[in-house]
Design a protein around this ligand. Structure first.
Ligand SMILES: [Zn+2]
Length: 262
């Protein structure tokens, strides 16, 4: 038997949930071995239910991350929001990297107009890079679990890639008006970015995702380099190449649609 018993005051504060965790634990421990004090604790249905509700709120209901709350608020179904935000896709690190790249490119272009192509060249690389980072056993702690779900494989990749693409496009779209360029030129990265994302996904059905992303990134840099070779850095962003990116993007998206609908 312990030498002390729970005072009325202590019991009252315990029942109201006003005790420090350490105090509450010692009261719990005492109640566990002292029938006398236990009998003094009223068995009230309301109190029990309130306690359970508190417990549930603390332990059972997971704390929603910022991105998950944002996605749910935007009408994304709960299970999808959980899946998307449980991946590094929308992780702060990736977002920070994208923001840093875009901000740096905008600042550079505003300092020196000749550096404008840096933004246009970098923006289409972001989606494939994000897709590569967002998928795969080495980067994804949820991979083992997800591999056993009906949504694993191509559909999951597609879902996450869409999220990556949407985030990249929104952020680059927000940054574009800050560029010292007419709106048409400032948005010249958009079609290459869409084509690059679709190309990365299409290649991913044959190659590991990071290799597919590297291949697409390399292809894009080769196109830009060829443009520089025949004209200037902006040659790859002219009207004719843009039509090419648009057509390539549409064909690749159609192919993806056919593959994922199977
Ligand atoms: Zn006691």
């Amino acid at each position: 038997m312990s030498s002390w018993h729970i005072s009325d005051d202590l019991r009252e504060r315990y029942l109201e949930g006003r005790l420090e965790p350490a105090q509450a634990m010692s009261v719990d421990a005492h109640l566990g071995r002292c029938a006398g004090c236990r009998a003094a604790v009223p068995y009230e249905k309301d109190w029990l239910e309130a306690s359970w509700a508190r417990l549930e709120a603390e332990l059972i209901t997971p704390r929603l991350s910022l991105s998950e709350r944002f996605l749910r608020h935007g009408g994304v179904p709960d299970h999808l929001a959980r899946l998307l935000s449980a991946t590094p896709t929308l992780s702060r690190a990736w977002l920070a990297a994208v923001v840093a790249v875009l901000a740096f490119a905008v600042l550079a272009a505003r300092q020196q107009a000749e550096l404008l192509p840096a933004f246009l060249i970098a923006a289409p690389v972001l989606p494939p890079a994000g897709i590569a980072l967002a998928y795969g056993p080495r980067v994804d702690p949820a991979h083992e679990l997800l591999a056993a779900t009906p949504m694993s494989g191509p559909r999951l990749l597609l879902t996450r890639a869409t999220a990556v693409l949407a985030v990249s496009v929104v952020l680059a779209g927000l940054a574009s008006p800050l560029l010292p360029a007419p709106p048409g030129l400032a948005a010249a990265w958009l079609l290459p970015a869409l084509a690059a994302a679709a190309g990365c996904l299409a290649l991913s059905s044959r190659l590991p995702v990071p290799i597919a992303a590297l291949a697409v990134g390399g292809m894009w840099l080769a196109i830009v380099g060829t443009g520089r070779f025949v004209g200037d850095w902006l040659a790859a962003f002219g009207p004719a190449p843009q039509i090419g990116y648009g057509v390539a993007g549409l064909l690749l998206t159609y192919r993806l649609y056919r593959v994922s609908a199977k």
